[in-house]
Structure formats: structure tokens, C-alpha cells
Design a protein around this ligand. Structure first.
Ligand code: FMN
Length: 407
């Protein structure tokens, strides 16, 4: 059997495995795992070459997961200390990092056990793309820090899970390498650069490589004070594939200096015009910013505080969600990220005004521990938890969740 067919067979086998294990009681979980494979893998998966002694995960394996909290400590054993600190850390006192989790704990889901509802259907849709469940993978930089297949592994894992992967501007592999590695829907995340020539070039390349939307991150006009990086004296051990030859090299400070230091409605209009793609504005916490972004032409809003990595002391995304959702008033879809670790969190976010959630660090850890299969395992696990929660809360579909009132 040729290599590509083997990979396809492996994905289909693992999908069947998920279907079996996703059956809760007598109920069947309906998700895109039932559909034929959406995305083929490339014959050859690109791999990162490490220099200077840095060494990340190489295993490609399914993961037995207990929850998506403990996976962090497992990943710490595979990712070198500096890289792990960069990934796991938050800004300042890490209050917002903790609060992203704590906020979910202050709301409860009331069990609904006599609705007579059985089969749970996780399927969702965002900007015309059908996905297995309302969970997508957030853009995260430098994934070579975690695994030798870097963003190619992440893209394959997301494709295997039939969901969207957003690729960071500061990815280890280039957007063309990632697009070639795996089919499946992808968005390109843009950190606006001070040089509009560079911005135009990145947007043109993203469109040419088949990325379906631009995620414009607007919460990073300054970099949060990530103390773990200072303590570990962390410098990026790898170049950034999209920016090779564009000045910053591997130096994170030089790179940060090349990021635009002010972003406004005009910047959103620029990205829209230059890309000709839908624009998702990521990093929103305030209703006023949400409205500004929509007026400038945003097709979706991503409520995010960058996983507590930017403005420490800012509220949890789950805390600001109801007010932002009220202002947005269903004009555009809302994606929420930061702190999603459990099926309960996904449920609570959707019941409070989000349409889709974005998963950050747990996907990164899945990549470290098991390459594309690890990412797929993480997605399957969260889908399974979500389907259990839906079953116990009497919600059959994603739309049912959105109609649920939390206690
Ligand atoms: C290691 C790491 C790198 C990140 N890099 C980017 C990035 O390049 N662009 C971006 O928009 N967000 C980036 N983020 C933020 C994520 O997109 C997302 O908002 C956050 O991780 C969600 O929080 P969670 O990790 O608690 O799930 C990064 C997050 C982490 C953990």
C-alpha cells in the first residue's frame, strides 16, 4: 500500500474508533466523523530541522486522555523548558490566565433528563464551512517548539477531526508548506506588520495557498510581559516560515517590533480589500470594539484575551461574552477562545452567546505528545465530553445549546 493510502486508512480507522467510543449509553453522536474523509495528507510531511540543541516531540500516536488539564504536565516532559514556558505561560501575575478558567466555574448547567431526546448532533457551521463540532483550532505561533511536524501536524490533526485550523503569521513552517501537507479548511491569522508591503504579500500568499479567511489579531499591538520567558531567558530557536527574509530572523523582540502598534477600523478595511477574503477580528473583549469591527466589515468576531498572554488583569472572555453578544446581536458569528478545557466550557460558551469556540494550548500539547494523531485525540476527547454534557443537559443540537439558560 502506498504511503498516502496508508495515512487515509489510518484516519478512517481512527474515525471508526471515535464513533464507537463516542456512543454514550444508547445514543449515537453525530458529527463529521461519519462523513467521508475530507482531506488527504501529502505523501511527505514536512519536518523541522533543529539546531542549537533544541529538541521537541517526535511521536505520532493516539493519546489516552483523562482530561485536557492534566495533558499540560504530560507535555512538559516532552517540550524543552524554554519552549514549554513560552507555550504555557501568561502575562504578568497570570491572573487572567487563571480567571479564564475560574469564570466558567461560576456558571452551572442544569441537568434536563426527561426531554426524551436521544441522539446528539455536534455538527456546526461557520462562514459557510461545515465542521464536526463547534470547536476549531486557534492560531498559535512556532509549533516546531512542540513537535517536529509543527503546523503540518496540527493541520493534519484538525483535518482528521474535520475542523478548521487557523495558521499563525509566526508559524514555524510556511503557509504554503502547511497548505500542501493536509487538505481541510484553514484560515490565515495576520499580525499586521508596520510594513504594508509585507502585509500585502502575506495576504496575497494566503489567498493563493487556499486559506479561506483572514483572522486579524488586534490584541497584540504590544507584547504582554510573559515572565516565564524572561526567567528562562527564552529566545525562539526556530525561524518563522512566513517571514523568512523579512528582517526579524528568529528574534522575537525584533519580530514584535515589526508588529503594527496601532490598529483601527481602517486597518480592518485594508485587510478586507487586500485579501478579498472574509475577515475575523480576533482579540475582542469590549462591545464597543465588536461594533467597530462589524462596521468596518468584519465577517466574525473572535472574543479572546490571547489565553491570558496579553493584558493581565483583563476579564475572562467568558465574563465579557454576554455583553459582547448583546451588542453584536447576531449580526455576525462569535467565536470565543481562552480557557476552553472541558465540554462543559464549550456548552456554557454557546449557551451564553458564542457560536463556535477556539481551542488553544490543549491542541498544542496534543501535537507535542502525539503529532497529528495527538491533535486528533484532543479534538475527539473534547467532542466526546461535549456530547456527554449535551446528553445530560437535554440538548440535542448546537442550536439547542444556544437556547439553553445557564443557572
Ligand atoms: C504558544 C501560543 C502561541 C500563540 N500564538 C498566537 C498567534 O501567533 N496569533 C494569535 O492570534 N494568537 C496566538 N495565541 C493565542 C491563541 O490563538 C488563543 O487565543 C489562546 O491560546 C486561547 O487560549 P487557551 O490557550 O487558553 O485555549 C497563542 C497562544 C499560545 C498558547
Amino acid at each position: 500500500m502506498i504511503e498516502q493510502e496508508k495515512e487515509k486508512k489510518m484516519i478512517n480507522d481512527s474515525r471508526r474508533g471515535f464513533l464507537k467510543s463516542a456512543a454514550i449509553g444508547s445514543a449515537l453522536v453525530v458529527g463529521a466523523e461519519m462523513s467521508p474523509i475530507a482531506a488527504a495528507f501529502a505523501d511527505e510531511i514536512p519536518k523541522v530541522t533543529y539546531t542549537g540543541g533544541y529538541k521537541a516531540g517526535t511521536a505520532v500516536q493516539e493519546l489516552e486522555l483523562l482530561d485536557l488539564v492534566e495533558i499540560e504536565q504530560r507535555a512538559a516532559k516532552v517540550i524543552p523548558k524554554g519552549g514549554f514556558g513560552y507555550i504555557a505561560g501568561g502575562a504578568g501575575d497570570e491572573w487572567t490566565l487563571r480567571e479564564n478558567r475560574a469564570a466558567f466555574e461560576r456558571k452551572q448547567i442544569t441537568p434536563r433528563v426527561l426531554t426524551g431526546k436521544g441522539a446528539v448532533d455536534l455538527r456546526a457551521e461557520i462562514l459557510g464551512i461545515s465542521i464536526a463540532s463547534p470547536i476549531i483550532v486557534c492560531p498559535m505561533g512556532g509549533q516546531g517548539l512542540a513537535h517536529v511536524t509543527a503546523e503540518a501536524g496540527m493541520a493534519m490533526g484538525a483535518a482528521a477531526g474535520n475542523t478548521i485550523m487557523a495558521l499563525s503569521t509566526v508559524s514555524t513552517l510556511s503557509m504554503e508548506q502547511v497548505a500542501a501537507a493536509a487538505g481541510g479548511p484553514k484560515w490565515f491569522q495576520l499580525y499586521l506588520q508596520t510594513d504594508d508591503g509585507v502585509n500585502r504579500d502575506l495576504l496575497r500568499r494566503a489567498k493563493a495557498a487556499g486559506y479561506k479567511a483572514i483572522v486579524l489579531t488586534v490584541d497584540s499591538t504590544a507584547t504582554g510581559n510573559r515572565e516565564a520567558d524572561a526567567r528562562n531567558n527564552f529566545t525562539f530557536p526556530l525561524p518563522f516560515g512566513n517571514l523568512v527574509g523579512k528582517g526579524s530572523g528568529g528574534n522575537i523582540h525584533a519580530l514584535n517590533a515589526s508588529f503594527a502598534q496601532k490598529i483601527d477600523a481602517k486597518a480592518i478595511e485594508f485587510v478586507l480589500t487586500e485579501s478579498g477574503l472574509p475577515v475575523i477580528v480576533k482579540g475582542i473583549s469590549s462591545p464597543d470594539d465588536a461594533l467597530l469591527a462589524i462596521r468596518a466589515g468584519a465577517s466574525a468576531i473572535q472574543i479572546s484575551n490571547h489565553g491570558g498572554r496579553q493584558l493581565d488583569g483583563s476579564p475572562a472572555t467568558f465574563t465579557v461574552l454576554p455583553a459582547v453578544a448583546k451588542a453584536v446581536d447576531r449580526k455576525v458569528p462569535i467565536i470565543l477562545d481562552s480557557g476552553i478545557r472541558r465540554g462543559q466550557d464549550v456548552f456554557k460558551a454557546l449557551a451564553s452567546g458564542a457560536d463556535i469556540v477556539g481551542l488553544g494550548r490543549p491542541a498544542y500539547y496534543g501535537l507535542a505528545l502525539g503529532g497529528w494523531k495527538g491533535v486528533h485525540s484532543v479534538l475527539k476527547f473534547l467532542n466526546r465530553e461535549l456530547s456527554m454534557v449535551m446528553q445530560l443537559a437535554g440538548a440535542q443540537t448546537v442550536e439547542d445549546i444556544k437556547r439553553t439558560n445557564l443557572a
